[in-house]
Design a protein around this ligand. Structure first.
Ligand code: QUE
Length: 359
């Protein structure tokens, strides 16, 4: 049993608290497996009517260690796996994480995710499938995989193309950070509560009140969303279907906002950007979330072995120089044949499948 996640039930409510404060509660394989085991048991337990998902408060009260809801996945381990065991343990991590994402997406009982802090990558994967997604003044949401040469996974290939306008492409290609109000605007959160009200909200849910009623009753009106003022530009400039087209549109605009976003897009891994755009197009052919996760697992099993991922994790998390050398370095050099290989069927270790009881 891992101590990286706390699992309890209180009367009618299951409670999962992420507890890896030094890594901003980034998910390990053990955490994913423990969460899935609990959720599978509660799924068939008539005494459990709802689940709460949050992060544990830091033991010493250090606010710096309380910043996270969940910063992502254990990418340092995956990088090590790519360099040392041909990616066997890295693939096992993604397999387990995506099974958890799918279990949550198909969960028959309400899950309430408290996104009270950094909610990135893997944290997006365990919050977006929840029926109730609570944002606060501490919420910091992003899909930043372009910084590390990975790709928007954990179901992002399903969620992002369903956001209004070109917002999903904008998030994937710029790694833009949204605050809680912006998550409400985008539909990434369902309720906005100030963090001082979370303890009472959880207590009322644990006491047996219906989560939807508690959250509606305790929610505040979210502040104005800054992103709303840029929505027209996002839809116009991130409207093109290709990375080259989006970059050309940003260049042609020439305004301050476009210049800033152009810089963000150009700093990201170009293969990540092109993979994301192909994912969003391919998602239209996915009849189910499971189909999407099968596709993401194929992509993950290839992307984790590429130079860009080892290099991106090095630049962001190991050496922290934030100066990765991408290869290919230019969007036009990310050719279709490269993408075809990344999306091809039958990866090493076989195809992803959901939990057998959910298939
Ligand atoms: C982009 C990412 C991730 C990131 C930073 C990026 C990511 C991720 C982490 C992360 C952060 C702290 C940890 C940890 C992982 O950072 O996916 O284990 O302690 O997991 O710019 O995609």
């Amino acid at each position: 049993m891992t101590t990286e996640v706390h699992i309890h039930s209180h009367g009618p409510v299951g409670h999962i608290s992420l507890n890896r404060p030094k890594a901003l509660h980034a998910l390990t394989q053990a955490m994913c497996e423990a969460m899935a085991e609990a959720l599978l048991a509660w799924r068939d337990d008539d005494a459990i009517t709802a689940v709460i998902l949050d992060h544990a408060p830091s033991p010493d009260g250090d606010p710096k260690l309380s910043r996270g809801f969940c910063a992502g996945g254990d990418v340092a381990m995956v990088r090590k796996s790519a360099l040392e065991d041909d990616g066997v343990s890295g693939r096992a991590f993604f397999y387990a994480e995506y099974r958890l994402n799918h279990l949550m997406f198909t969960y028959p009982k309400p899950i309430v995710a408290f996104m009270d802090g950094v909610t990135m990558g893997g944290g997006v994967g365990i919050s977006q499938p929840c029926q109730f997604r609570v944002a606060t003044e501490n919420t910091l949401f992003a899909m930043p995989e372009g910084n590390i040469g990975l790709f928007p996974d954990v179901g992002a290939g399903w969620y992002l193309p369903r956001l209004r306008g070109a917002v999903g492409k904008f998030l994937a290609l710029t790694a833009a950070r949204l605050d809680g109000a912006e998550c409400m605007w985008a539909g990434l959160a369902t309720h906005y509560l100030t963090s001082d009200r979370l303890a009472e909200a959880k207590a009322r849910i644990i006491a047996g009140e219906a989560p939807g009623g508690v959250l509606a009753n305790m929610a505040s009106h979210a502040p104005d969303a800054r992103i709303a003022g840029n929505a027209a530009k996002i839809d116009l400039l991130f409207g093109p279907d290709t990375l080259e087209g989006i970059i050309a549109a940003l260049k042609a605009d020439g305004g301050d906002w476009a210049k800033k976003e152009l810089k963000a897009v150009q700093a990201k891994c170009p293969t990540t950007g092109k993979v994301a755009l192909r994912q969003f197009a391919e998602n239209a052919n996915c009849a189910s979330f499971a189909d999407n996760m099968r596709m993401e697992y194929r992509i993950a099993s290839r992307m984790m072995l590429r130079h860009d991922f080892a290099e991106g994790v090095r630049a962001v998390l190991i050496d922290k120089d934030n100066d990765p050398a991408w290869d290919p370095a230019k969007p036009e050099d990310v050719i279709d044949a490269l993408l075809d290989g990344i999306f091809a069927e039958d990866p090493d270790g076989g195809e992803w499948t959901p939990f057998p009881e959910l298939a």
